[in-house]
Design a protein around this ligand. Sequence first.
Ligand code: BES
Ligand code: ZN
Ligand code: MN
Length: 501
Amino acid sequence: MEIKVIAGDITQQAAAAVVVNLFDGVKKPGGATGAVDRALGGAVSKLIEDGEIRGKAGEQALIHTLGKMTPERVVVAGLGKSGDFNLDGVRSVAAESARYLRGKGVRRFATIAHGADIGGLDARECGRAIAEGLVLGLYRFDKYKKPNENGRDIEEVSIVEADARKAKELEAGISEGKVLAEATNLARDMANEPANTMTPTRMAEVALDVARESGLQLEVFDRSRMKEMGMGALLGVAQGSAEPPRFIMLRYDGDPDDKDNNLGLLGKGITFDSGGISLKPSEKMGEMKGDMSGGAAVIAAMKAIAHFKPRINVVGIVPATENMPGGSAQRPGDVVKAMNGKTIEVDNTDAEGRLVLADAASYAASIGLKRIVDAATLTGAMVVALGNHYTGAFGNDQKLVDAVVAAGKRAGERIWQLPMHPDFKRQYESDVADIKNIGGRAGGSITGAMIIGEFVGDAEWVHLDIAGTAGTDKTKGWNPKGATGTPAMTFVHLASALAKG
Ligand code: BES
Ligand code: ZN
Ligand code: MN
């Protein structure tokens, strides 16, 4: 899909349709919507008067122009209350109007730059949000369906902007937004892919493609290297599966002269979580193909980071394996030793994310990473606490937590901090090992986070529990049903925010 900025009159576009917008409660539309209204002899005002268009967020009204202006159709998209309007609103309206028109068989349309005009938002940021909304909102995972079963794709979107300075800003934002959204779509592709194809081996191949295209360094450990490194917690999870595990590392050297100016991005890469011997119920077990969403977001973010070239060294680390109940699987009660020397009693084999991240975090600390941010579909308890609406954040350094939350805001990915406290440690004390891998039902997301925290050494660290946000079962705004790709964009904004200069 091509997204371009053009000068000219919205009422005279050759495109099959144009999108204009309306704030809640506006009776007499101005700007581009006003121009369309005049061209149509007051059709928009009339619809407002009759209460058929109210400007509510998410509202779409289709008007056939019947020769009164060049485009055959106009969509009036509601923006909601002008006081509440922000970049998330821009992303949503871009996504929803594009999906709406695609559903009508439209291949090319023109739109005004939502937010940049009457909305009063920064033009570059609007350009970014529009591109993100279009690229993310039109995403679909249909490679296993017959071609065009769901209709054709949108080919071209023209954003009409008369002001040359604003047009330049929009263009700059569009190219940023495309990179960010395409990275997110790569993460979605990986997470939507079934577990029989998105194996640990395949994840490493995707990482290799990214490394080649983007000039990143790639290193992959196989089972024997993991043994040499002492990654007993990861190996314990992997031993129940016939699929060989992979420990994937992607490196971007954005500040080679200052090694300590660095960031480690870690992502849980469980390509299928059956629960292991502590087997999950079969209902909805198929959703556990998405248990590598954190890892997918890391690989995707590294690609975008390589594009933007922030002045910081970033290492992406993905411990990838299945969690299966094979004959050689680990048992509840087994004791494993992580790379940092800590022993863990495996009380429940379904609490495997913290086990693979124990070794990833140990490794990250051992190679001198000063800041570590991990993303993991870690706990069902997270979904209970924050639903599908917020990612949970936990951290040992408030400044880094704040930076992550702020990066999430820029990305349109909502993040909410939860507490940690030494009092929770008693819940995961073990009789036989240094710790055990579960802390009981009470505060299950907190103990899960704190168990990962046992392995980060002296690094500043933030854990993101994306169990609720990695996927959605209803299309909403810029997130079509399925994997969301979160927090790939948050990671990219974070790397830029922490970079020098
Ligand atoms: N991958 C799951 C968590 C999960 C649940 C992600 C629902 C997405 C949606 C994780 O490995 C898991 O099984 N966690 C257990 C931990 C428990 C055994 C302490 C859980 O939440 O039940
Ligand atoms: Zn899991
Ligand atoms: Mn599990």
